[in-house]
Design a protein around this ligand. Sequence first.
Ligand SMILES: Cc1ncc(C[n+]2csc(CCOP(=O)(O)OP(=O)(O)O)c2C)c(N)n1
Length: 637
Amino acid sequence: MSLLQTINEPDDLRKLGRKQLPELAAEIRQFLIAQVSRTGGHLGPNLGVVELTIALHRVFDSPHDPIIFDTGHQSYVHKILTGRRDDFVSLRQTNGLSGYPSRAESEHDWMENSHASTGLSWAEGMARGFKLRGEHERTVAVVVGDGALTGGMAWEALNNIAVDDDLPLVIVVNDNGRSYSPTVGGLSRHLSAIRADPRYEQALDAVKNTMQRGPLGRQTYDLLHGMKSGLKDVLAPQVLFSDLGLKYLGPIDGHNINVLIDTLKQAKGFRGPVLVHAVTQKGRGFRAAEQHEKDHFHAVGCINATTGEPIGACDQVTWTEAFGQEMVEIGDEHPEVVALTAAMLHPVGLGRFAAAHPDRIFDVGIAEQHAVASAAGLASTGLHPVVAVYSTFLNRAFDQLLMDVGLHQLGVTIVLDRAGITGPDGASHNGVWDVSIAGLVPGLMLASPRDRARLRDAMRLAITVDDAPTLIRYSKEKLPHPLPAVSSRDGLDMLSMDPDARVLVVAWGAMCGPALQVAELLRAQGIAATVVDPVWGLPINAALVELATQHQLVVTMEDNIVVGGLGSRLELAMDAAGVEVPMRQFGVPHRFLDAGSRSEILAAIGLTPQSVARQVTETVSHLDASSAEQFNHQRSH
Ligand SMILES: Cc1ncc(C[n+]2csc(CCOP(=O)(O)OP(=O)(O)O)c2C)c(N)n1
């Protein structure tokens, strides 16, 4: 029996001898590679935290001592050690193991995160809570990546943590030098300076020796701190953190389990906020991941477990690639266009733009708020910024979009990848809020292109708008086949027309294809329909309201939540214009969705052509029945 098979809870881990732990680490690595290559998932980050997670569970008594993983994508090893090893076959699938911490799965998961840089705030709140409640024997441990440390929230938390001398909190900075790409910014420059300095090795040894000799607790810390102060000039992060008032231990080798355990014990014994700086390697132990320059297998689909080659990859172009291509061309033609990404250069498709226009791309780190406010600044100088982020992460920058861009009437283009239902990453990663929140910004123009030609048109128009924010959203899926309009008028694209149309189906983006199928299904029931794509859906086009008056029923289809989506905005506009045509709005229900594939989720929420057509047919027959009743009623009087 392997060591791994004997570990069903953290207590089992504590029964192993220290000498067995490297063997366990090797088994966990093999397990991760074998499992994640079949399901896809965050392989590189988890390979990097194997020893760290083992050490954390040796030293802290989870769940009594909460162990928090900032962002949470690197919690697989934690899951393995807390009784969920056998569930990895279903990783990121419907009713399967979540790719992030999940309270429903385990009492060892205190927090359901996935958006970065919130971990320190949670941990601070928990440590403060335990202290206030008199639960003095509990310590909170939080792991935060150097990438997540580029997020402003992390610094807001540190600023608060630093002033509470007896907050029982151990912060582990998991420093692998990477977000997806190499981590950016001043802090990261400090961290890499330390890794590149020859005295780093000496510092490692010094820390190790001190650990072995000294008793645990404040005395040892003071000794260590005194010794480290001598290295102040080179060990910049220490200065940075200790100037803030935080105790700093490190840098330590994040793959040496003994050193990790000793340092964490030391930190736990201190009974105050301590920061442990562990240097790790993303993708550690899987050659293909270690050598993968782009992102060290940050997140993979199904891959060959030996070579790391993708399995089942197809040639069909994605929206991301089409956007990237378009940006290169726009960049060539428009010197005023600059691009911003929040630590996701390649995932959002800006890699080629960066190569072609290296002085006009800004990777700001995991700092969406800064990206949008900085874009406002750039726009105010006459440039046209394009901020490309995943739809779900725009949530972070709402205030900046509203106040810095919207209020100032600045020409900033926001491009949202992963809009709509994304699926396997669970509730938090669906891009289903952007229309509702961005739609609150007065003057903002919002398009959800249905195919590549429309993406191109939307981008070309967006970069010419210099007095309002523009937003373009598209899905994670492959590009669909071209969906030409049969005619266009007043900015509306008519996708299907019928002289006898009674129903107007309004759809945009990924819902245009399904809307055409709805029209087909309705036709089979003898109900003629018009299908229209409003193209720039927000603000609501007056021509769309006018078109509504020519039909007996308006149906909207969108992959955003129904609250504040296209349908509800059209309803408001119709109401304001005194138009009383009945409506049915189909979109994402206003609740958090379970993980699953996109098609499974769409089926579960009834956002399929069949389900919509069935419900519309029922509504039409109700309308017919009530108008027949009304007709009879009028005749009898
Ligand atoms: C607010 C937010 N923006 C972007 C992301 C996408 N994202 C997920 S992990 C990650 C990089 C994290 O780097 P780091 O914290 O150093 O962890 P590592 O993967 O290197 O272990 C990014 C940018 C996110 N989860 N949340």
